[in-house]
Unconditional design. Sequence first.
Length: 76
Amino acid sequence: MCRKYCDQIEKAVSQLPKLERRLIEERYMDNDSEYITDHYVYKDVLQISPTTYTKTRWKAFYKLALMLNIAEKNAN
């Protein structure tokens, strides 16, 4: 059951636009993700502003929630 859910998440992440996919993979799917900070990802990895990072992360998680059928389509 867990493996199936993980596979669904990985498939959904792979369908995201490149920046959103990299953000999710670098920040949340890396083996060392519990030690990686948002600051490191937006400054050193993606080289984007904190505001762009926050907006991109929100869009990515919203799209993932829709793909995984765990969000309402009319959320802000």
